[in-house]
Design a protein around this ligand. Structure first.
Ligand code: NAD
Length: 487
Protein backbone atom coordinates (compact mmCIF):
# COMPACT_ATOMS: atom_id res chain seq x y z
CA UNK A 1 0.00 0.00 0.00
CA UNK A 2 1.31 3.49 -0.77
CA UNK A 3 2.00 5.81 2.21
CA UNK A 4 -0.91 8.02 1.06
CA UNK A 5 -3.38 5.12 1.00
CA UNK A 6 -2.19 3.75 4.31
CA UNK A 7 -2.34 7.18 5.97
CA UNK A 8 -5.87 7.77 4.70
CA UNK A 9 -6.96 4.45 6.19
CA UNK A 10 -5.36 5.24 9.56
CA UNK A 11 -6.81 8.75 9.70
CA UNK A 12 -10.31 7.33 9.13
CA UNK A 13 -9.65 4.95 12.01
CA UNK A 14 -8.76 7.91 14.26
CA UNK A 15 -11.73 9.89 12.97
CA UNK A 16 -9.49 12.63 11.57
CA UNK A 17 -10.57 14.45 8.43
CA UNK A 18 -8.81 17.58 7.29
CA UNK A 19 -8.66 20.15 4.53
CA UNK A 20 -6.67 23.33 4.16
CA UNK A 21 -3.38 24.95 3.24
CA UNK A 22 -1.02 22.97 5.42
CA UNK A 23 0.21 19.96 3.43
CA UNK A 24 1.83 16.90 4.95
CA UNK A 25 4.20 14.73 2.90
CA UNK A 26 5.51 11.28 3.72
CA UNK A 27 9.31 11.14 3.67
CA UNK A 28 8.96 7.53 2.50
CA UNK A 29 8.07 8.56 -1.07
CA UNK A 30 7.72 12.35 -0.84
CA UNK A 31 4.02 12.20 -1.75
CA UNK A 32 1.26 14.26 -0.17
CA UNK A 33 -0.54 12.33 2.58
CA UNK A 34 -2.90 14.92 4.04
CA UNK A 35 -4.01 18.53 4.35
CA UNK A 36 -5.03 20.57 7.33
CA UNK A 37 -6.18 24.07 8.19
CA UNK A 38 -3.82 26.51 9.90
CA UNK A 39 -4.96 27.41 13.43
CA UNK A 40 -5.71 30.68 15.21
CA UNK A 41 -3.16 31.60 17.87
CA UNK A 42 -5.06 34.38 19.68
CA UNK A 43 -8.25 32.33 19.92
CA UNK A 44 -6.36 29.37 21.38
CA UNK A 45 -4.60 31.56 23.97
CA UNK A 46 -7.93 33.07 25.04
CA UNK A 47 -9.59 29.65 25.44
CA UNK A 48 -6.60 28.31 27.37
CA UNK A 49 -6.60 31.31 29.71
CA UNK A 50 -10.29 30.69 30.47
CA UNK A 51 -9.75 26.95 30.98
CA UNK A 52 -6.96 27.71 33.45
CA UNK A 53 -9.35 29.53 35.81
CA UNK A 54 -11.24 26.25 36.28
CA UNK A 55 -8.56 23.60 35.93
CA UNK A 56 -6.21 25.14 38.51
CA UNK A 57 -8.69 24.42 41.32
CA UNK A 58 -9.49 20.84 40.29
CA UNK A 59 -7.71 18.55 42.81
CA UNK A 60 -4.44 17.28 41.34
CA UNK A 61 -5.33 13.55 41.66
CA UNK A 62 -8.52 14.27 39.68
CA UNK A 63 -6.37 15.99 37.05
CA UNK A 64 -4.26 12.84 37.10
CA UNK A 65 -7.37 10.83 36.22
CA UNK A 66 -7.50 12.60 32.84
CA UNK A 67 -3.89 11.60 32.18
CA UNK A 68 -4.63 8.03 33.29
CA UNK A 69 -7.46 7.87 30.75
CA UNK A 70 -5.19 9.29 28.08
CA UNK A 71 -2.66 6.56 28.89
CA UNK A 72 -5.41 3.97 28.37
CA UNK A 73 -6.33 5.46 25.00
CA UNK A 74 -2.68 5.45 23.98
CA UNK A 75 -2.26 1.81 25.01
CA UNK A 76 -5.27 0.85 22.90
CA UNK A 77 -4.02 2.86 19.89
CA UNK A 78 -0.32 2.07 20.22
CA UNK A 79 0.09 0.27 16.91
CA UNK A 80 -1.91 2.57 14.59
CA UNK A 81 -0.39 5.68 16.14
CA UNK A 82 3.12 4.24 15.79
CA UNK A 83 2.36 3.40 12.18
CA UNK A 84 1.32 6.99 11.52
CA UNK A 85 4.56 8.19 13.12
CA UNK A 86 6.44 5.95 10.68
CA UNK A 87 4.45 7.21 7.70
CA UNK A 88 4.84 10.89 8.53
CA UNK A 89 8.31 11.10 10.13
CA UNK A 90 9.99 8.16 8.37
CA UNK A 91 11.27 6.40 11.50
CA UNK A 92 11.25 2.60 11.45
CA UNK A 93 8.32 0.69 12.97
CA UNK A 94 10.30 -0.33 16.09
CA UNK A 95 11.17 3.29 16.81
CA UNK A 96 7.61 4.43 16.13
CA UNK A 97 6.36 1.89 18.67
CA UNK A 98 9.04 3.04 21.11
CA UNK A 99 7.91 6.63 20.72
CA UNK A 100 4.29 5.78 21.59
CA UNK A 101 5.51 3.62 24.49
CA UNK A 102 7.32 6.69 25.78
CA UNK A 103 4.00 8.56 25.77
CA UNK A 104 2.39 5.77 27.79
CA UNK A 105 5.31 5.73 30.22
CA UNK A 106 5.12 9.47 30.89
CA UNK A 107 1.35 9.22 31.44
CA UNK A 108 1.95 6.53 34.08
CA UNK A 109 4.65 8.68 35.67
CA UNK A 110 2.41 11.78 35.69
CA UNK A 111 -0.52 9.91 37.26
CA UNK A 112 1.70 8.97 40.21
CA UNK A 113 3.05 12.50 40.30
CA UNK A 114 -0.47 13.90 40.63
CA UNK A 115 -0.38 12.72 44.27
CA UNK A 116 3.20 13.85 44.87
CA UNK A 117 3.42 17.56 44.01
CA UNK A 118 5.18 18.05 47.31
CA UNK A 119 6.28 21.28 48.92
CA UNK A 120 8.58 21.79 51.90
CA UNK A 121 8.24 22.61 55.58
CA UNK A 122 10.93 25.12 56.51
CA UNK A 123 12.22 25.91 60.00
CA UNK A 124 11.27 29.47 60.93
CA UNK A 125 13.69 31.61 62.97
CA UNK A 126 10.73 33.19 64.79
CA UNK A 127 8.83 31.61 67.70
CA UNK A 128 5.31 30.35 66.98
CA UNK A 129 5.83 30.72 63.25
CA UNK A 130 5.62 28.13 60.53
CA UNK A 131 7.12 28.38 57.04
CA UNK A 132 6.07 26.27 54.09
CA UNK A 133 6.59 26.16 50.37
CA UNK A 134 3.67 25.32 48.08
CA UNK A 135 3.43 24.62 44.37
CA UNK A 136 0.52 26.09 42.46
CA UNK A 137 -0.53 25.73 38.81
CA UNK A 138 1.34 28.16 36.55
CA UNK A 139 -0.96 28.93 33.60
CA UNK A 140 -1.34 27.92 29.95
CA UNK A 141 1.63 26.00 28.56
CA UNK A 142 2.62 26.19 24.90
CA UNK A 143 4.35 23.10 23.54
CA UNK A 144 6.28 23.64 20.31
CA UNK A 145 7.55 20.33 18.97
CA UNK A 146 9.99 19.16 16.29
CA UNK A 147 9.38 16.71 13.44
CA UNK A 148 11.69 13.99 14.71
CA UNK A 149 9.65 13.18 17.83
CA UNK A 150 6.23 14.11 16.50
CA UNK A 151 4.23 12.75 19.45
CA UNK A 152 6.46 11.89 22.44
CA UNK A 153 7.74 15.41 23.11
CA UNK A 154 4.18 16.69 23.38
CA UNK A 155 3.35 13.89 25.84
CA UNK A 156 6.42 14.61 28.00
CA UNK A 157 5.15 18.14 28.42
CA UNK A 158 1.39 17.70 28.34
CA UNK A 159 1.17 14.84 30.86
CA UNK A 160 3.10 16.89 33.43
CA UNK A 161 1.42 20.21 32.61
CA UNK A 162 -2.07 18.71 32.96
CA UNK A 163 -1.46 17.16 36.38
CA UNK A 164 0.24 20.41 37.45
CA UNK A 165 -3.01 22.27 36.66
CA UNK A 166 -2.07 23.92 33.37
CA UNK A 167 -3.98 23.94 30.05
CA UNK A 168 -1.90 22.92 27.05
CA UNK A 169 -1.65 24.37 23.54
CA UNK A 170 0.32 22.29 21.05
CA UNK A 171 2.02 23.78 18.01
CA UNK A 172 3.47 20.69 16.31
CA UNK A 173 6.03 20.69 13.53
CA UNK A 174 4.51 21.69 10.21
CA UNK A 175 6.22 18.56 8.85
CA UNK A 176 4.23 16.18 11.09
CA UNK A 177 0.75 17.68 11.61
CA UNK A 178 -1.21 14.45 11.06
CA UNK A 179 0.40 12.63 14.00
CA UNK A 180 -0.71 15.54 16.18
CA UNK A 181 -4.30 15.29 14.87
CA UNK A 182 -4.38 11.58 15.71
CA UNK A 183 -3.13 12.25 19.25
CA UNK A 184 -5.77 14.96 19.67
CA UNK A 185 -8.44 12.44 18.65
CA UNK A 186 -7.25 10.26 21.55
CA UNK A 187 -7.18 13.28 23.89
CA UNK A 188 -10.81 14.02 22.97
CA UNK A 189 -11.78 10.45 23.85
CA UNK A 190 -10.06 10.78 27.24
CA UNK A 191 -11.73 14.17 27.85
CA UNK A 192 -15.16 12.72 26.98
CA UNK A 193 -14.62 9.88 29.39
CA UNK A 194 -13.55 12.26 32.17
CA UNK A 195 -16.67 14.29 31.48
CA UNK A 196 -16.07 17.56 33.30
CA UNK A 197 -12.87 19.12 31.99
CA UNK A 198 -13.12 22.78 30.97
CA UNK A 199 -13.43 23.70 27.31
CA UNK A 200 -10.06 24.62 25.77
CA UNK A 201 -8.00 22.55 28.24
CA UNK A 202 -6.03 20.78 25.52
CA UNK A 203 -5.74 22.42 22.11
CA UNK A 204 -3.90 21.89 18.87
CA UNK A 205 -2.88 24.84 16.72
CA UNK A 206 -1.48 23.82 13.36
CA UNK A 207 0.91 26.02 11.43
CA UNK A 208 4.49 27.02 10.80
CA UNK A 209 6.94 29.45 12.31
CA UNK A 210 4.59 32.48 12.09
CA UNK A 211 1.90 30.76 14.16
CA UNK A 212 4.60 29.65 16.59
CA UNK A 213 5.81 33.23 16.94
CA UNK A 214 2.31 34.59 17.53
CA UNK A 215 1.82 32.09 20.36
CA UNK A 216 5.29 32.72 21.81
CA UNK A 217 4.52 36.46 22.03
CA UNK A 218 1.12 36.00 23.69
CA UNK A 219 1.26 37.17 27.32
CA UNK A 220 -1.52 34.75 28.28
CA UNK A 221 0.92 31.88 27.83
CA UNK A 222 2.84 31.33 31.05
CA UNK A 223 5.36 28.75 29.87
CA UNK A 224 6.75 28.15 26.39
CA UNK A 225 8.27 24.70 26.14
CA UNK A 226 10.01 24.69 22.77
CA UNK A 227 11.80 21.74 21.20
CA UNK A 228 13.71 22.22 17.97
CA UNK A 229 16.86 23.68 16.49
CA UNK A 230 19.17 26.09 18.26
CA UNK A 231 18.20 28.67 15.61
CA UNK A 232 14.58 28.39 16.75
CA UNK A 233 15.60 28.72 20.41
CA UNK A 234 17.66 31.82 19.63
CA UNK A 235 14.46 33.45 18.43
CA UNK A 236 12.04 32.04 21.03
CA UNK A 237 14.20 32.50 24.16
CA UNK A 238 14.65 36.31 23.96
CA UNK A 239 11.02 36.86 22.85
CA UNK A 240 9.67 35.03 25.89
CA UNK A 241 12.20 36.73 28.19
CA UNK A 242 11.18 40.10 26.73
CA UNK A 243 7.69 39.68 28.16
CA UNK A 244 8.97 38.01 31.38
CA UNK A 245 7.40 34.69 30.45
CA UNK A 246 8.98 31.38 31.31
CA UNK A 247 10.77 29.31 28.65
CA UNK A 248 11.90 25.70 28.65
CA UNK A 249 14.24 25.18 25.70
CA UNK A 250 15.19 21.76 24.31
CA UNK A 251 17.47 22.49 21.36
CA UNK A 252 20.13 20.91 19.18
CA UNK A 253 22.84 18.52 20.31
CA UNK A 254 26.28 17.50 19.06
CA UNK A 255 26.78 14.41 21.14
CA UNK A 256 29.99 12.52 21.68
CA UNK A 257 31.14 9.11 22.87
CA UNK A 258 34.59 8.41 24.30
CA UNK A 259 35.85 4.88 23.71
CA UNK A 260 38.74 4.04 26.03
CA UNK A 261 41.32 1.25 25.59
CA UNK A 262 39.59 -1.00 28.17
CA UNK A 263 36.17 -0.74 26.45
CA UNK A 264 34.14 -3.76 25.41
CA UNK A 265 34.35 -3.07 21.68
CA UNK A 266 31.54 -5.44 20.74
CA UNK A 267 29.13 -3.56 23.03
CA UNK A 268 30.50 -0.18 21.97
CA UNK A 269 30.08 -0.97 18.26
CA UNK A 270 26.43 -1.95 18.69
CA UNK A 271 25.76 1.17 20.76
CA UNK A 272 27.43 3.33 18.12
CA UNK A 273 25.39 1.81 15.29
CA UNK A 274 22.10 2.57 17.06
CA UNK A 275 23.14 6.01 18.33
CA UNK A 276 24.75 7.28 15.13
CA UNK A 277 22.67 5.67 12.39
CA UNK A 278 19.31 5.04 14.10
CA UNK A 279 16.46 7.39 13.14
CA UNK A 280 18.71 8.18 10.13
CA UNK A 281 20.80 10.42 12.38
CA UNK A 282 17.78 12.60 13.12
CA UNK A 283 17.65 12.51 16.92
CA UNK A 284 18.68 15.39 19.13
CA UNK A 285 20.77 12.80 21.02
CA UNK A 286 22.28 11.21 17.88
CA UNK A 287 25.94 10.33 18.26
CA UNK A 288 27.85 12.72 16.00
CA UNK A 289 31.40 12.60 17.42
CA UNK A 290 33.33 9.48 18.31
CA UNK A 291 36.44 10.14 20.42
CA UNK A 292 38.45 6.93 20.40
CA UNK A 293 41.82 6.11 21.96
CA UNK A 294 44.51 5.90 19.30
CA UNK A 295 45.48 2.36 20.35
CA UNK A 296 42.08 0.92 19.34
CA UNK A 297 41.02 3.45 16.70
CA UNK A 298 41.78 1.32 13.64
CA UNK A 299 40.04 -1.75 15.00
CA UNK A 300 36.92 0.14 16.06
CA UNK A 301 36.62 2.08 12.81
CA UNK A 302 36.93 -1.08 10.71
CA UNK A 303 34.24 -2.83 12.80
CA UNK A 304 31.99 0.20 12.37
CA UNK A 305 32.53 0.45 8.62
CA UNK A 306 31.42 -3.19 8.33
CA UNK A 307 28.35 -2.64 10.53
CA UNK A 308 27.32 0.58 8.76
CA UNK A 309 27.62 -1.15 5.38
CA UNK A 310 25.39 -4.03 6.53
CA UNK A 311 22.60 -1.92 8.06
CA UNK A 312 19.59 -2.05 5.79
CA UNK A 313 18.51 1.34 4.44
CA UNK A 314 15.00 1.45 3.00
CA UNK A 315 11.27 1.71 3.48
CA UNK A 316 10.86 2.10 7.26
CA UNK A 317 7.74 -0.08 7.16
CA UNK A 318 9.67 -3.12 5.99
CA UNK A 319 10.91 -5.60 8.58
CA UNK A 320 14.68 -5.60 8.72
CA UNK A 321 15.07 -1.93 7.78
CA UNK A 322 17.23 -0.12 10.32
CA UNK A 323 17.56 3.22 8.56
CA UNK A 324 14.60 4.99 6.99
CA UNK A 325 14.57 8.15 4.87
CA UNK A 326 15.73 11.66 5.71
CA UNK A 327 12.82 13.96 6.40
CA UNK A 328 13.17 15.96 3.15
CA UNK A 329 15.48 17.24 0.44
CA UNK A 330 16.77 20.06 2.65
CA UNK A 331 18.14 17.41 5.03
CA UNK A 332 19.85 15.70 2.10
CA UNK A 333 21.36 19.02 1.01
CA UNK A 334 22.65 19.65 4.54
CA UNK A 335 24.31 16.23 4.54
CA UNK A 336 25.80 16.85 1.11
CA UNK A 337 27.11 20.16 2.41
CA UNK A 338 29.34 18.22 4.83
CA UNK A 339 30.19 15.16 2.74
CA UNK A 340 30.23 16.58 -0.80
CA UNK A 341 30.60 13.77 -3.36
CA UNK A 342 31.23 11.24 -0.62
CA UNK A 343 27.51 11.13 0.14
CA UNK A 344 26.09 7.69 -0.61
CA UNK A 345 22.46 7.85 -1.66
CA UNK A 346 20.42 4.66 -1.66
CA UNK A 347 17.79 4.01 -4.28
CA UNK A 348 15.13 2.64 -1.93
CA UNK A 349 11.70 4.15 -2.67
CA UNK A 350 11.24 6.65 -5.50
CA UNK A 351 10.56 10.15 -4.21
CA UNK A 352 12.21 9.61 -0.80
CA UNK A 353 15.73 10.66 0.25
CA UNK A 354 17.65 7.64 1.51
CA UNK A 355 21.31 7.67 2.51
CA UNK A 356 23.89 5.31 3.92
CA UNK A 357 25.26 6.51 7.27
CA UNK A 358 28.73 8.02 6.88
CA UNK A 359 31.92 7.73 8.91
CA UNK A 360 34.31 10.65 8.52
CA UNK A 361 37.73 10.58 10.17
CA UNK A 362 39.04 14.03 11.12
CA UNK A 363 42.25 15.30 12.71
CA UNK A 364 40.76 18.20 14.59
CA UNK A 365 37.45 19.41 15.88
CA UNK A 366 36.65 22.31 13.58
CA UNK A 367 34.20 23.48 10.92
CA UNK A 368 31.26 21.14 10.41
CA UNK A 369 32.30 18.95 13.38
CA UNK A 370 31.23 21.79 15.67
CA UNK A 371 27.76 21.97 14.14
CA UNK A 372 24.70 19.75 14.35
CA UNK A 373 23.98 18.44 10.85
CA UNK A 374 20.69 16.57 11.17
CA UNK A 375 21.75 13.49 9.20
CA UNK A 376 23.72 10.28 9.88
CA UNK A 377 27.33 11.52 9.86
CA UNK A 378 29.73 10.19 12.47
CA UNK A 379 32.95 12.16 12.86
CA UNK A 380 35.80 10.16 14.35
CA UNK A 381 38.57 11.81 16.36
CA UNK A 382 41.48 10.05 18.09
CA UNK A 383 42.91 10.89 21.50
CA UNK A 384 46.10 10.06 23.39
CA UNK A 385 45.36 10.87 27.01
CA UNK A 386 42.11 10.86 28.91
CA UNK A 387 42.04 14.56 29.82
CA UNK A 388 42.31 15.36 26.11
CA UNK A 389 39.26 13.14 25.45
CA UNK A 390 37.16 14.99 28.04
CA UNK A 391 38.31 18.34 26.66
CA UNK A 392 37.23 17.26 23.16
CA UNK A 393 33.87 16.04 24.47
CA UNK A 394 33.23 19.49 25.95
CA UNK A 395 34.72 21.69 23.22
CA UNK A 396 31.53 22.24 21.19
CA UNK A 397 28.81 24.87 21.63
CA UNK A 398 26.10 22.26 22.37
CA UNK A 399 25.70 20.32 25.64
CA UNK A 400 22.98 17.70 25.36
CA UNK A 401 24.23 14.13 25.66
CA UNK A 402 27.51 12.26 26.05
CA UNK A 403 28.79 8.81 26.91
CA UNK A 404 31.88 6.78 27.65
CA UNK A 405 32.75 3.16 27.04
CA UNK A 406 35.32 2.00 29.56
CA UNK A 407 35.76 -0.70 32.18
CA UNK A 408 38.15 1.50 34.14
CA UNK A 409 36.32 2.83 37.19
CA UNK A 410 38.59 5.85 37.51
CA UNK A 411 37.81 6.93 33.95
CA UNK A 412 34.06 6.51 34.24
CA UNK A 413 33.90 8.35 37.58
CA UNK A 414 36.10 11.14 36.23
CA UNK A 415 33.78 11.43 33.21
CA UNK A 416 30.74 11.81 35.51
CA UNK A 417 32.47 14.18 37.95
CA UNK A 418 32.23 17.98 38.08
CA UNK A 419 35.37 18.16 35.94
CA UNK A 420 34.03 15.63 33.44
CA UNK A 421 31.35 15.86 30.76
CA UNK A 422 29.60 19.24 30.68
CA UNK A 423 26.39 17.79 29.17
CA UNK A 424 22.91 17.39 30.64
CA UNK A 425 23.17 13.64 30.00
CA UNK A 426 26.31 11.56 30.60
CA UNK A 427 26.16 7.76 30.27
CA UNK A 428 28.55 4.91 30.95
CA UNK A 429 28.69 1.84 28.69
CA UNK A 430 25.58 2.81 26.77
CA UNK A 431 25.27 5.27 23.89
CA UNK A 432 24.17 8.92 24.25
CA UNK A 433 20.79 8.23 22.63
CA UNK A 434 17.56 6.62 23.83
CA UNK A 435 16.68 8.10 27.21
CA UNK A 436 14.13 6.73 29.69
CA UNK A 437 11.35 9.04 30.90
CA UNK A 438 12.26 8.66 34.60
CA UNK A 439 15.20 11.05 34.41
CA UNK A 440 15.17 14.76 33.67
CA UNK A 441 15.90 15.26 29.98
CA UNK A 442 17.75 18.22 28.48
CA UNK A 443 21.11 19.85 28.00
CA UNK A 444 23.36 22.81 28.63
CA UNK A 445 24.88 25.61 26.53
CA UNK A 446 23.28 25.94 23.08
CA UNK A 447 20.97 23.04 23.89
CA UNK A 448 19.04 25.60 25.92
CA UNK A 449 19.26 24.50 29.58
CA UNK A 450 15.70 23.15 29.86
CA UNK A 451 14.74 19.93 31.62
CA UNK A 452 11.56 18.00 30.97
CA UNK A 453 10.10 14.54 31.53
CA UNK A 454 11.07 12.80 34.80
CA UNK A 455 12.77 13.56 38.13
CA UNK A 456 11.60 16.96 39.43
CA UNK A 457 11.09 18.54 35.97
CA UNK A 458 7.44 19.08 36.95
CA UNK A 459 8.49 22.16 38.90
CA UNK A 460 8.91 24.10 35.63
CA UNK A 461 5.14 23.77 35.11
CA UNK A 462 4.19 25.24 38.51
CA UNK A 463 4.75 28.41 40.46
CA UNK A 464 6.39 28.27 43.86
CA UNK A 465 4.89 30.14 46.78
CA UNK A 466 6.57 30.69 50.15
CA UNK A 467 4.21 31.09 53.12
CA UNK A 468 4.96 32.28 56.67
CA UNK A 469 2.20 31.76 59.24
CA UNK A 470 2.22 33.34 62.70
CA UNK A 471 0.18 31.35 65.22
CA UNK A 472 1.44 33.28 68.27
CA UNK A 473 0.27 36.48 69.96
CA UNK A 474 3.40 38.52 69.30
CA UNK A 475 4.84 40.03 66.10
CA UNK A 476 8.58 39.30 65.99
CA UNK A 477 10.29 40.54 62.79
CA UNK A 478 12.81 38.54 60.82
CA UNK A 479 16.50 39.17 61.54
CA UNK A 480 15.48 40.46 65.00
CA UNK A 481 14.61 43.91 63.63
CA UNK A 482 12.85 46.16 66.18
CA UNK A 483 10.25 48.51 64.72
CA UNK A 484 8.09 49.75 67.59
CA UNK A 485 6.65 53.17 68.30
CA UNK A 486 8.26 54.43 71.52
CA UNK A 487 5.80 54.36 74.48
P1 NAD B 1 12.92 23.43 13.87
O1 NAD B 1 13.67 24.32 14.78
O2 NAD B 1 13.00 23.69 12.42
O3 NAD B 1 11.37 23.43 14.24
C1 NAD B 1 10.91 23.01 15.51
C2 NAD B 1 9.59 23.67 15.82
O4 NAD B 1 9.78 25.07 16.05
C3 NAD B 1 8.55 23.58 14.69
O5 NAD B 1 7.28 23.35 15.27
C4 NAD B 1 8.62 24.95 14.05
O6 NAD B 1 7.44 25.33 13.41
C5 NAD B 1 8.88 25.82 15.25
N1 NAD B 1 9.57 27.10 15.01
C6 NAD B 1 10.62 27.32 14.20
N2 NAD B 1 11.03 28.58 14.31
C7 NAD B 1 10.22 29.19 15.21
C8 NAD B 1 10.15 30.50 15.76
N3 NAD B 1 11.01 31.45 15.39
N4 NAD B 1 9.20 30.76 16.68
C9 NAD B 1 8.34 29.80 17.08
N5 NAD B 1 8.36 28.55 16.58
C10 NAD B 1 9.29 28.23 15.66
O7 NAD B 1 13.43 21.92 14.19
P2 NAD B 1 13.12 20.57 13.42
O8 NAD B 1 13.87 20.54 12.13
O9 NAD B 1 11.66 20.28 13.41
O10 NAD B 1 13.78 19.51 14.43
C11 NAD B 1 15.13 19.21 14.49
C12 NAD B 1 15.84 19.98 15.56
O11 NAD B 1 15.19 19.80 16.82
C13 NAD B 1 17.26 19.50 15.79
O12 NAD B 1 18.08 20.62 16.00
C14 NAD B 1 17.16 18.65 17.04
O13 NAD B 1 18.35 18.50 17.75
C15 NAD B 1 16.14 19.41 17.81
N6 NAD B 1 15.50 18.57 18.81
C16 NAD B 1 15.86 18.76 20.12
C17 NAD B 1 15.32 17.95 21.11
C18 NAD B 1 15.70 18.12 22.54
O14 NAD B 1 14.99 17.61 23.40
N7 NAD B 1 16.78 18.81 22.87
C19 NAD B 1 14.39 16.95 20.77
C20 NAD B 1 14.04 16.80 19.42
C21 NAD B 1 14.60 17.62 18.46
Amino acid sequence: MSPAEETAKLLRQFGVAGMGDLVSYSPIDGAEIGRLAVGNAAEAAERAARAFLEWRTVPAPRRGELVRLLGEELRAAREPLARLVTLESGKIVQEGLGEVQEMIDICDFAVGLSRQLYGLTIASERPDHRMIEQWHPLGPVLVISAFNFPVAVWAWNAALALVCGDPVIWKPSEKTPLCAEAVMALVRRALDRLGDAPDGLVQLVQGGRDIGEALVDDPRIALVSATGSTAMGRSVGPRVAGRFGRALLELGGNNAMIVAPSADLELASRAILFSAAGTAGQRCTTLRRLIVHESIGDELVSRLRALFAQAKVGDPREPGTLIGPLIDEAALDAMRGVLGDEIEQVDAVAGGFYVRPAIVEVDEQAGSVLKETFAPILHVLRYRDFEEAIALNNAVPQGLSSSIFTTDLRESERFLSAGGSDCGIANVNIGPSGAEIGGAFGGEKETGGGRESGSDSWRAYMRRQTNTINYGSDLPLAQGIRFDIAP
